[in-house]
Design a protein around this ligand. Sequence first.
Ligand code: WT7
Length: 659
Amino acid sequence: MSSTIDSILVENRVFSPGRSAVAGATVSGMENYKALCEEADQDPEGFWGRHAQEHLRWSKPFTRILDESRAPFYTWFDDGELNVSENCLDVHLENGNGDKNAIIFEADDGQVCTISYRALHARVCRIANGLKSLGYGKGDRAIIYLPMSIEAIAAMQACARLGITHSVVFGGFSAKSLHQRIVDVGARLIITADAQQRGGRAIPLKTAVDEALAEEGGDVVEKVIVYKRAGTDVAWDNARDVWLHELEAGQAETCEPVAVEAEHPLFILYTSGSTGKPKGVQHSSAGYLLWASLTTKWVFDARPNDVFWCTADVGWVTGHTYIAYGILAAGMTQVIFEGIPTYPHAGRFWEMIERHKVSIFYTAPTAIRSLIKASQAAGAAHPRNFDLSSLRLLGSVGEPINPEAWIWYHNNVGAGRCPIVDTWWQTETGGHILAPLPGATPLKPGSCTFPLPGISAGIVDEAGNDIPNGRGGYLVIKRPWPAMIRNVWGDSERFKSSYFPAELKGYYMAGDNAQRDKDGYYWIMGRTDDVLSISGHRLGGTEIESALVAHELVAEAAVVGRPDATTGEAIVAFVILKGQLPEGQKAEALAQVLRDWVANEVGPIAKPRDIRFGNNLPKTRSGKILRRLLRVVAEGQEVTQDVSTLENPDVLKQFTGVY
Ligand code: WT7
């Protein structure tokens, strides 16, 4: 079977950067973007070596850049040494920026607390000294299971300061998921909190740790450090548990950063594939930090007075690269938010942008779509009721952003003047890969535009051959880059087979389908597992979903295939409306309207056979639609798979009617 995908895409709207976005940008104008790409193409090693010298402080300079001798186990700058925390904190103190705010923390209940680079440095050093006093250091691994907080960032930085490899587990994960990760990573230490505060409620964390450690293999952990956040009662094991504030008390406010080899694993972050147990994605220290810092400067065009806000949790890679590391390395001021977007009201995000004068706002399509829905319900009150004039740049990450959601974001949040950087990347890529540069790239709604300088992206067929513009295929990265995944923790075979399949000429395979349009813009068409095959046409679901979302009544849509005797597969669309079904309209009639709409927008081939309405789609805890579960529902089967990674497990029960 062919691996190319048929394109049904039409998008003619183009938004060129305004004068204020171009003036003074880190990369200003397409000529400068192209010059950087050219430089990287001509001499990749020279390009990366230059940036590694300019953007990082080395304790011991490197003399080698890339070692390909054990491909795909590439190494970068491997004889150099540095400390990541020194690069994120100490450099700013020495450059006279110690008093600059590093973090503006807003709690669930609205309380605000700020911390300067100097104070954050002191906090990190105290925690690091505390960890040292317990006997932890380079070569150890720690699990961090904390809510969004200054403490979470400080704990990550303290580990980095000592060369302890951390593995952050999202606070929404259960004791079972936590246990799996503790054992797989071999953690000697856990840093957690009594509870987390979300949506006005205290949700316990330490009980999950206690439960996880009681299971087989849990005894690898010697100490549990507990941040007192909510003041709730917790069970206490005197020999094992230590309060964070007691550990910090009396510790010195300086702590010599430990220089580690460039390839020393800074962190391991688990990503759940659609099958099999979660993969521990292992990242390096130097190569990772270089790209975290460089993409922050390029894609977010970091400027001295910016207030940056990324709404992701530190439990995801976005919260690593664009909260804990890249943003600090670039010396920016950032907002960190403990709570949820809908508490105490659905205008919380806009209210916070106004309160903290946020200039760069980075969020996920799932959040945008739910806020569109909420603003509709509030009679379009949000976000226009708030002063969002501080914004100069918007960002999107995590899923394709449907063009209509892009336009809403652009008009209603960005007042038509803020560029949107739609950033395509993955846990495995360490940082942005395909993304516009706000002072250079003309934007097309729904496209993540072009590869960043130094990234040799391509779209290929199943034999690794390039596919011409206008057809879809596998998205690959042909040459190694410094921030790439180094290994799957404890499973080198899985690393090779998952990301470097033999047929693809040694290219890194992302697992997404994509196409380039006639102008060379990249469009993500969905995961390779989600391709639909209709009467011999292979279609990516994203375009059909975007067509549905473009209808005025539709908030969200997910499209999957179900087996069909004549067409191979039939399209089943799961549709979430912005409000109730309009007065007097039957679901059946609306389904017909939507079918005709899709036929008209993208063509008869894309017309959904079945339409199912519901109030919400099944999503992972990071907000991605879980289409594999919808496939089971589409076939009319009972869902028997493990749904523990679902944010909202009950959601599967509602799609009963088929129209
Ligand atoms: C997958 C990676 C990247 C940090 C958060 C997710 C999808 C991500 C985009 C985008 C279209 C996107 C891809 C990718 N994805 N960003 N801008 N446009 N799709 O990290 O959990 O490792 O997920 O998210 O399918 O492969 P992750």
